[in-house]
Write a protein that binds this ligand. Structure first.
Ligand SMILES: *Cc1c(COP(=O)(O)O)cnc(C)c1O
Length: 375
């Protein structure tokens, strides 16, 4: 752990960044200047390359658009910009972020159907296929990749290929997985992949981005329900003016993000980062189980991104004292978000290593003693 940070963020975003990523923010940039806009263009190319895992950058088929705001703004920009007035979205919901896509559709008065799945279950492709066969009005399918609510990894490739087979546009909220889990948009059948700066790419918060199928994005001209969140217009500006954003861009955050992308390459790319996150998560569960905790999800559904742990029963366990005691030991964890179980969550993404997880385990053991919890 760096000495200059007060605690290690074991949260799924914002997360612990490197000192060099934070240092990249120590300069002011002009949004009209070529040098800055070339960096934006560099970022856009790198993102398409990252979304073409295992093959050459698929820049004939895909492009990328950056958008101001947190991840949710970019989900809203996408949903609101790409669904035509007579479109209908099938939203697959097995957690808070799937629910949020449906909320966005409701707010924007976009016709949609929700497939509600229990939070601890993976969506069933057969059930999705049935809906696609029955409801011919559906034009788009939207799903979350890693459902950060629980830590579940949803079957993106299966659902994407299904959507493709039925000629539907597939929108994937890969907010908490992109850059940390290998993904190829072409192979997964993804037409719009949404993520943000402050998750697995390990940048700082302030903007998000979309990897988009050029053909579909081009066809979405005029669909947007918002001016500032118009994905097509932002794309046009970035294409025609060589990396320029519409309206003020978060220059410091953008510069830090480029540094984070460079560091992702230096680490060995997404494959190596995925291995590190997996090593973190495996180590975390080993330690926590040894201390008496159990996970909400079975191992088969668990992502390497974040893990939900059940409150130990009949011990008087409550989150805040546990959180505070861990924070005094320089670890910050996350409250739970599952609807039907008392949980807390520990993220294993960011500039975090198995050694840090070992240190966390010591801190948890001390905390249990301090709070007199016997589990
Ligand atoms: C983090 C996250 C978001 C966006 O959250 P913001 O707080 O708006 O950045 C959306 N979907 C998923 C799956 C996420 O993990």
């Amino acid at each position: 752990m760096d000495d200059d940070i007060p605690y290690l963020l074991l949260t799924p975003g914002p997360l612990t960044t490197t000192r060099t990523v934070r240092a990249a923010m120590l300069q002011d940039y002009c949004t009209w200047d070529d040098e800055y806009n070339q960096r934006v263009s560099d970022i856009r190319h790198r993102l398409v390359r990252l979304a073409s895992h295992g093959g050459p950058p698929d820049s004939d088929k895909f492009t990328s658009v950056l958008m101001q705001g947190s991840g949710t703004f970019v989900v809203e920009a996408t949903i609101g910009s790409i669904t035509p007035a007579n479109g209908k979205i099938l939203v697959i919901n097995n957690g808070a972020y799937g629910h949020r896509i449906a909320q966005i559709a409701t707010r924007l008065r976009i016709c949609h159907q929700v497939l509600a799945v229990e939070e601890t279950h993976a969506p069933d492709p057969d059930q999705i296929e049935q809906i696609l066969q029955q409801d011919r009005d559906i034009t788009h399918v939207a799903m979350v990749h890693c459902e950060t609510t629980t830590g579940m990894l949803n079957p993106a490739a299966e659902v994407g290929q299904l959507a493709q087979r039925y000629g539907k546009v597939f929108v994937l909220d890969a907010m908490s997985s992109f850059g940390g889990i290998p993904l190829n948009c072409g192979q997964f059948g993804v037409d719009y992949l949404i993520s943000s700066a402050n998750k697995c790419i390990q940048g700082t918060p302030g903007f998000g981005f979309v990897i988009a199928n050029r053909k579909h994005l081009a066809a979405s001209h005029g669909c947007a329900r918002s001016l500032s969140l118009d994905l097509f217009d932002q794309w046009q500006e970035m294409e025609e003016r060589a990396g320029k954003w519409r309206y003020t861009s978060p220059t410091h955050v953008v510069r830090a993000f480029l540094q984070a992308l460079i560091e992702l390459d230096e680490e060995g790319g997404v494959v190596c980062r995925h291995q590190r996150y997996t090593a973190n998560q495996t180590r975390l569960v080993e330690h926590m189980e040894a201390l008496g905790f159990t996970t909400l999800l079975p191992r088969s559904l668990q992502s390497p991104v974040i893990t939900s742990f059940l409150f130990p029963r009949d011990t008087g366990f409550s989150f805040m004292p546990f959180y505070e005691a861990l924070k005094r030991r320089r670890f910050v964890i996350y409250p739970g978000k599952a609807s039907h179980a008392d949980t807390f969550r520990i993220g294993t993404i960011g500039n975090v290593f198995p050694d840090d997880v070992d240190q966390l385990a010591i801190a948890v053991r001390e905390t249990l003693q301090e709070l007199n919890l016997h589990i």
